[in-house]
Design a protein around this ligand. Structure first.
Ligand code: FAD
Length: 414
């Protein structure tokens, strides 16, 4: 019988893998199962151009539908997998049917972390949103009208991107962040304050070091009317027409853990994307993998990671052994300004900036032991490739020359 690979999760990683298998010449059956109504699509525009109405729905799709037919990929949308039976190598689907696999790839991504107020049934609230899927954006879009008051909980990339779209659409935006500065887990104070200033100039208000104490609801308990909070212990109440929660992601690992696979902040895989079960792989946002870059383990939430992880899994499934060795990188767009990040700045000793912060085109390099461990490149896309090389080469650099925009970065990476 023809071998059958089933990919659970028709998102960025799943879609890339299915196509990648065909490109590598895989001859067996490829089934791509996803519980959303759409074929695999790009999520980054959800908090950017799609929310703003500048990107059409079909432009989100990774590939036109015809490509799945052409590649003989059996794409089944609206199909939720409920359980894995590893002993019979079968999946149970929500509709009660079962599907046998030879190899299984979990590409289940994650879901938006909800607010945890035990007494609150957030699912009932009609103007409390998160942004993970097309349907999330479709549900909230009607509220993105001039004059509406939007409170955003969480100062990570998604919250900031939504803030940028919202003020440009004429909403009044207040963003609440628990940490004393924005993006505190992923960037240094210089870039945090630049981003804060960028948004303040456009009219976004911030409450930093702020704890959300609760939501005030209307009589029917269907609409949020206000958010109560405390900044530095001082209580405050903000009126809200809508609230967006952007406080991170919970990886979808339940299928794996119920099947007895190891889960530790993601489904545990090796550098070839394999779990401990030789027939099951995991890729993308849901997977926790070894990192040659940190020497430890990482679970990354980014498109480049999903693409690279899919490539590694395709190689593994084709019987090749290509370990994951990519350096983490990410991008964001806010007010048309491109922010590109490479590496992880955790534990850096020195931050060197290059270019003009005031002119909104500069790079921040994070150094440890005189080596660049990470960089944020803002409004200087031409510099990004060289910045990536600096991080991956781990070469020692001279901080003064690094900070001098007249010295080509390529000469430092030698
Ligand atoms: P996903 O794309 O989430 O796909 C997983 C799919 O699996 C989903 O469709 C899910 O519904 C489905 N699924 C889960 N469980 C089951 C099941 N049991 N049965 C069937 N299907 C199931 N990254 C960047 O690099 N740059 C950006 O600017 C950027 N912006 C972003 C903005 C937003 C608003 C969001 C949400 C993400 C953004 N990302 C960005 C992150 C990036 O989109 C993700 O890292 C990427 O989508 C991960 O791909 P994935 O395939 O692992 O997961």
């Amino acid at each position: 019988m023809e071998e059958r690979i089933i990919i659970v999760g028709a998102g960025q990683a799943g879609g890339e893998l299915a196509a990648g298998l065909r490109k590598q010449g895989y001859k067996g059956r490829v089934l791509l199962l996803g519980d959303e109504a759409h074929p695999p699509y790009q999520r980054p525009p959800l908090s950017k151009g799609f929310l703003q109405g500048k990107v059409a729905l079909t432009d989100l799709y990774l590939k036109p539908l015809a490509t799945y037919e052409r590649f003989d990929i059996e794409l089944k949308t609206g199909t939720r997998v409920e359980a894995i039976d590893r002993s019979t190598r079968e999946l149970s689907l929500k509709d009660g049917s079962r599907l046998a696999y030879d190899k299984l790839v979990l590409a289940t991504g994650g879901r938006a972390r909800p607010l945890s107020f035990p007494e609150l049934d957030t699912a009932r609230l009609e103007n409390l949103f998160s942004v993970r899927s097309i349907s999330d954006v479709e549900a909230m879009r009607g509220k993105f009208v001039p004059g509406n008051r939007l409170v955003i909980i969480g100062g990570g990339y998604v919250g900031l991107e939504v803030a940028a779209v919202a003020v440009q659409l004429g909403l009044h935006v207040t963003l609440l962040e628990a940490a004393p500065r924005l993006l505190s887990r992923v960037t240094g104070p210089e870039v945090s304050s630049f981003i804060e200033q960028l948004h303040r100039e456009r009219g976004v208000e911030f409450r930093l070091s702020c704890q959300v104490r609760g939501l005030e609801l209307d009589e029917a308990q269907r609409q949020v009317r206000g958010v109560s909070l405390a900044c530095h212990g001082v209580p405050e109440r903000l009126e809200a027409d809508l609230v967006l929660v952007g406080i991170g992601l919970i990886p979808n690992t339940e299928l794996a853990s119920a099947a007895g696979l190891a889960v530790d902040n993601g489904i545990v895989v090796d550098e070839y994307a394999c779990t401990a079960d030789p027939n099951i792989l995991a890729i993308g946002d849901c997977a926790n993998q070894p990192s040659t870059y940190t020497g430890g383990r990482l679970r990354l939430e980014s498109v480049p990671n999903a693409i690279e992880h899919a490539r590694i899994a395709a190689a593994t499934l084709m019987g090749k052994r290509e370990p994951y060795a990519a350096i983490p990188w990410f991008w964001s767009d806010q007010y048309g300004l491109k922010l590109q990040m490479v590496g992880l700045s955790t534990g850096y000793e020195q931050c060197v900036t290059r270019g003009s912060v005031e002119g909104k085109e500069f790079s921040a390099f994070y150094l440890k032991d005189r080596r660049v461990i990470a960089a944020d490149v803002i409004g200087r896309p031409a510099e990004f490739i060289a910045a990536k090389r600096l991080v991956s080469s781990r070469a020692e650099v001279d901080a003064t020359r690094l900070g001098d925009a007249a010295v080509p970065l390529t000469s430092l990476a030698a």
